[in-house]
Design a protein. Structure first.
Lengths: 266, 644
């Protein structure tokens, strides 16, 4: 079968981008979307052209590196599936697929389909952890955690940080990503002591990064490859509200967003 | 100059005295860095997987200034994230006879007596602390209804000591370490430098003092200096092209360190995982693992008749060969990975393989589904079944899965002593990147354990000991050795871009992978290995004549990145075959056809090969130097492994 890939090509953030259409032969339905791009890139390099830059690593749907829009849907049409696991059998001969990078002010473009998601790392830096230094831990069974609680925490913790939620949201909100971490840690007894502070700081960082506000549209959970439920956002809002009241006397410091790649050097 | 020549006598610095007290006494002997002085020391950690992230976080907590590098866009992408099954710990929560000594014993035996007893014992000791630490971080391990931690038995173990978080244990452990790391980034103790790749080691006055790294976005090469360099960059399984490793996983950091004098130990010890989704075509970019935990409830079989093309559900029970249960009645489907993989290959070589290519065997969970119900199976393996269905379009709740072995893990790596220091002073190597704990075969659920043991509980002590007991001169980036390393790295990058030949990097990588898999894969023989070495040399020559890398070196250029990594694999692949040829025995993942028992099991030769083969680089195209570190077994007496 043959498909047409219409791909956003942009050399760097400062240059002008454009869509370019490439025909690709799909030899086998078991081929993944990314393997399709591999084949295209081999052809492009054979012609002396630059291959399409796209992010990928594990290719088994867990590292969160890959992701782009396919015909306007983050990670494409198949629910709960990253583009590395999206096999071509879900498309038909002659299909035209439009591939665009995640679009969000908080995910600046790097090249072609690659964007900068360091804003997510900074949201985690702002409190997405339990402050327990190595060596401080009591025995693993010292604090019982009921099965339902552990399972609920695991549901939230399954987030792979790919950014599809942001790309799908008309407001460009990172509420599902942030909410998932606040919920994962807030549900567990180990995360309770920092629950207020965590919610307040992480939400503040989310705002500083320029992500939009959540208006409960639910596109995020619809495209999420791990099907993180929308209720994590409700949990975040609740923790934030409570935390903001209890922490009202404390100054909240945010981390300054960095968009260059010099790591403090000239 | 700028290089350490291999010493003839390798001192592994294993503490003497009873093994139970060795780590305690070693820690007591170690010199400490005064808390107020820690902030005056700077350390470089390369890699941000379980080993690198846990080391960076812990060293940051202690007060050191740490720079952590990863090539991905975020430290959370490191390939530890893909580990599915679980992590072992000798907690004996199940009261089923486990102990630190038993985990130690199983690991030494599972490694086919090619690991150091001292290292393995310490690993088993640390295992219990790892679980505590991870629970405290909020890792959502599976729990019983009563709230206690759940365990399962895993690949080759007769006790339930494996802790897990659904089928995503690696992800959850890595996120725990990543979050601890980000906490230190927030405090300023750790500077995280993503999208940056180490391309050379800076050695000054015989000590590792820094790295040359390439910024993958700007292409800029920079010298980063420190008082010690810690490599935690994972294994080299991608030398086979198709493997379960992530596409980006590479050996460049350890290989460049090897070229600067660090010994490479036991490269031929590679692990082939028995339960992966079979290859479906030439375009294939990687192989996907199905967690070996499936073997707990699944039964492996093929038709008794050659060429039986009936669908599996039409093959009656008495026409099926449950070959692992037949050959290994006491371990059955739970035999260690090397044994399960070799048997699958043998069955397929006989012509009894299943699926379109004939390279596959059935992994059938229908008995377990009937016994436990669909819901229990979904709870245990739901995400794996979904993944299988996404890839193959077959429903494993109804049709048995097809599996075939694939390269998964590399036990070999840079040589380190008990303190995890390589033969280059100041160069430490952690996790899969070192060779130390798994011998010739790693048991399931032990990789995560080793990565975290090294990072959380060993390196914080040993690097402190090094800093407190070593005189280090002040150096700057203008030091001639640093500048020389920078210049040669620049030339290396320019050379790759200047070839302008006809073949893409991937086409070379694929060809190398095929040579490796065919001649140095699941079974090896002298003639094939010699041929492979010749083919690899020829391919390497062609690579430097006919490589085509488009684009430039001053922006994001993914094929340029790959080209550097494949250039290193083309050297490492040769050494891997040389090591396999040198080791005239079969042990663990290294199966030499000439050395097998009458019933086809691996035949070790302890008299001649009970050693670690540590290879020293002597120059491009020159033969490697072999130094042998003898292995002594004072506790677990080497015996023929039997899983019958």
């Amino acid at each position: 079968m043959k498909v047409k890939l219409t791909i956003w090509r942009q050399k760097n953030p400062d240059s002008k981008g454009q869509f370019i259409t490439y025909p690709v032969d799909v030899v086998n339905g078991e081929m993944s979307m990314l393997e399709c791009l591999d084949v295209l890139n081999e052809t492009l390099m054979g012609r002396g052209e630059e291959p399409v830059a796209f992010e990928h690593d594990c290719r088994e749907g867990i590292c969160g590196s890959c992701g782009f829009m396919i015909n306007g849907i983050a990670h494409g049409p198949l629910p709960a599936t990253t583009v590395c696991q999206l096999t071509m059998r879900h498309f038909k001969d002659g299909d035209e697929l439009v591939l665009e990078p995640w679009r969000s002010r908080s995910f600046p473009l790097v090249k072609d389909l690659v964007v900068d998601r360091r804003s997510f790392d900074r949201i985690i830096q702002a409190g997405g952890y339990v402050s327990v230094s190595t060596g401080n831990a009591p025995d693993g069974n010292a604090i019982p955690v009921g099965k339902e609680i552990a399972d609920r925490a695991m549901d939230a913790a399954a987030c792979i940080g790919c950014g599809a939620c942001v790309a799908a949201c008309p407001n460009g909100s990172a509420a599902l990503f942030t909410g998932a971490k606040i919920a994962h840690l807030g549900i567990l007894p180990q995360g309770k002591p920092e629950q207020d502070r965590r919610a307040v700081r992480m939400v503040a960082q989310m705002n500083v990064e320029g992500f939009g506000s959540c208006t409960n549209i639910g596109e995020c959970t619809g495209v999420c490859p791990k099907e993180i439920p929308l209720e994590e956002i409700a949990r975040m809002n609740r923790d934030y509200l409570l935390g903001a009241w209890r922490e009202r006397g404390n100054v909240v410091t945010a981390i300054a967003p960095v968009t260059d790649w010099n790591f403090g050097e000239k | 100059m700028g290089k350490v020549t291999a010493m003839m006598n390798l001192d592994a610095r294993i503490p003497t005295g009873p093994i139970e007290e060795a780590w305690d006494s070693a820690r007591f002997e170690m010199k400490l860095v005064n808390p107020a002085n820690k902030r005056r020391h700077s350390l470089i950690v390369v890699g941000s997987g379980l080993a690198g992230a846990s080391a960076s976080a812990t060293l940051g907590e202690l007060g050191y200034n740490v720079k952590c590098f990863c090539f991905q866009d975020s430290p959370r992408r490191a390939h530890s994230i893909a580990a599915q099954g679980g992590i072992n710990a000798a907690k004996n929560y199940q009261n089923d006879g486990d102990s630190i000594y038993r985990l130690f014993y199983d690991t030494v035996k599972g490694g086919d007596f090619r690991a150091r007893e001292g290292n393995v014992y310490r690993l088993a000791q640390n295992s219990v602390h790892i679980i505590d630490q991870c629970v405290a971080q909020g890792v959502p391990f599976a729990r019983e209804y009563g709230g206690s931690l759940d365990n399962r038995s895993f690949g080759g173990a007769q006790v339930s000591r494996t802790f897990y978080a659904r089928g995503q244990t690696g992800q959850q452990l890595l996120l725990g370490a990543y979050q601890a790391l980000e906490r230190q980034v927030d405090t300023g103790q750790v500077t995280m430098i993503p999208r940056t790749e180490m391309l050379d080691l800076v050695v000054i006055d015989g000590q590792a003092r820094g790295i040359v790294a390439r910024n993958l976005i700007t292409g800029k090469l920079t010298v980063h200096l420190a008082e010690a360099v810690i490599l935690a960059t994972g294994g080299y399984g991608n030398v086979y092209y198709l493997s379960t490793n992530a596409k980006g996983s590479n050996a460049t950091a350890i290989w460049r360190a090897h070229r600067r004098g660090a010994l490479f130990a036991n490269p031929c010890f590679t692990q082939i995982h028995p339960t992966c989704i079979p290859v479906s075509g030439d375009y294939q970019s990687k192989l996907t693992l199905m967690s070996e935990s499936l073997r707990n409830d699944g039964r492996i079989w093929v038709p008794k008749q050659k060429g039986d093309k009936r669908p599996p559900n039409e093959i009656p029970e008495d026409e099926r060969d449950y070959y692992l249960e037949r050959r290994y009645p006491s371990f059955g489907n739970l035999v260690p990975r090397d044994v399960a993989s070799r048997n699958a290959k043998a069955i397929c070589d006989e012509g009894r393989g299943v699926g379109e290519t004939g390279l596959g065997v059935y992994l059938d969970l229908s008995d377990a589904i009937a016994r436990l119900g669909v819901e229990t199976i979904r709870e245990r393996y739901g995400n794996l079944f979904d993944m299988y269905q996404r890839i193959t379009d077959e429903d494993p709740y109804k049709v048995p899965m097809r599996i075939y072995p694939a390269i998964h893990y590399t036990m070999g790596g840079l040589w380190v002593d008990y303190q995890l220091q390589s033969n280059v002073p100041g160069l430490f190597v952690l996790g899969e990147a070192n060779f130390s704990d798994h011998g010739a075969n790693r048991l399931g659920a032990s990789a995560l354990m080793q990565g975290l043991s090294d990072g959380y509980f060993i390196i914080p002590y040993t690097v402190g000991n090094y800093l407190a007991s070593t005189k280090l001169s002040k150096v700057t980036a203008s030091h001639p050795e640093a500048q020389a390393a920078l210049a040669s790295t620049q030339q290396g990058v320019a050379k790759l871009l200047a070839i302008r030949g006809k073949r893409t990097v991937d086409s070379f990588h694929r060809e190398l992978g095929k040579i490796m898999w065919d001649d140095c894969g699941m079974s090896r023989n002298a003639a094939g290995l010699k041929e492979a070495i010749g083919k690899i040399r020829a391919l390497r020559e062609e690579f430097w004549q006919n490589l085509n890398v488009t684009g430039s070196g001053d922006d994001l250029n993914q094929s340029l990145e790959k080209a550097g990594r494949v250039a290193d694999f083309l050297e490492l692949g040769e050494l891997l075959c040389i090591d396999a040829l040198e080791r005239n025995e079969s042990c663990g993942g290294h199966f030499r056809e000439e050395y097998q028992t009458p019933d086809g099991e691996a035949q070790r030769d302890d008299e001649h090969f009970s050693y670690v083969a540590a290879w020293g680089y002597t120059g491009a195209g020159k033969p490697w130097d072999l130094t042998k570190e003898p292995l002594e077994f004072a506790y677990v007496h080497p015996s023929q492994r039997s899983y019958k």
